[in-house]
Design a protein around this ligand. Structure first.
Ligand SMILES: CC(C)(COP(=O)(O)OP(=O)(O)OC[C@H]1O[C@@H](n2cnc3c(N)ncnc32)[C@H](O)[C@@H]1OP(=O)(O)O)[C@@H](O)C(=O)NCCC(=O)NCCS
Length: 159
């Protein structure tokens, strides 16, 4: 069996590239369809040029995105996956996995030794995805989402 090349633009896998200004409206549309408290346009705009802001292209259109960056934390470089979503019509076809995989590679290349993320306690699909990628629950942050729902902080060590 031949596996699709990562980043190929065929029917198998999405092509993944850094986000550009022209992608932002599509990104915001997916964000609005995915979250009850979506990021506004200018929050994405601030991450343009950040290596961890990536979009997945399927059939010539933005089908999903991830926003990740590296910050210094007590002298160590900590990667942070801040936002990830796939267009509802394209979920379940490997795009989220492809985005997460690529973003972790970018964070590692930027020197991160650990990657963290927050996920809604009720978001079973996302928690499963993160577990498959080796993230483990670290702690709970009560009321992280608008004082209404707890976040689970998940961590993955790189190397
Ligand atoms: C979470 C999300 C990004 C996953 O993207 P996706 O392209 O559907 O993910 P994939 O097709 O790569 O699926 C990868 C794995 O994720 C898990 N998964 C994703 N969505 C799931 C769901 N609704 N139910 C159960 N498992 C799910 C599965 O383990 C799946 O592996 P499998 O196909 O081998 O069973 C997407 O569902 C989404 O945009 N959700 C809304 C936004 C969101 O919740 N973002 C995460 C915020 S922390």
């Amino acid at each position: 069996m031949t596996l699709p090349a990562s980043g190929s633009n065929g029917t198998e896998g999405p092509s993944i590239r850094p986000a550009e200004r022209a992608d932002l409206l599509a990104v915001v549309r997916i964000e609005n369809a995915s979250f009850s408290q979506p990021w506004p346009y200018d929050a994405f705009e601030r991450f343009l040029g950040e290596p961890g802001f990536l979009v997945a292209i399927r059939d010539g259109r933005v089908a999903g995105y991830v926003v990740a960056d590296v910050t210094e934390n007590f002298g160590r470089d900590l990667g942070h996956v801040k936002d990830i979503a796939v267009h509802p019509a394209h979920r379940g076809s490997g795009i989220g996995s492809a985005l997460l995989s690529r973003s972790i590679g970018v964070l590692a290349a930027q020197g991160a030794d650990t990657v963290k993320l927050e996920v809604r306690e009720s978001n079973e699909g996302a928690k499963r995805l993160y577990r498959e990628f080796g993230f483990e629950p670290l702690r709970r942050v009560p009321g992280y989402y608008d004082n209404e729902e707890d976040a689970i902080v998940m961590l993955r060590k790189l190397d």
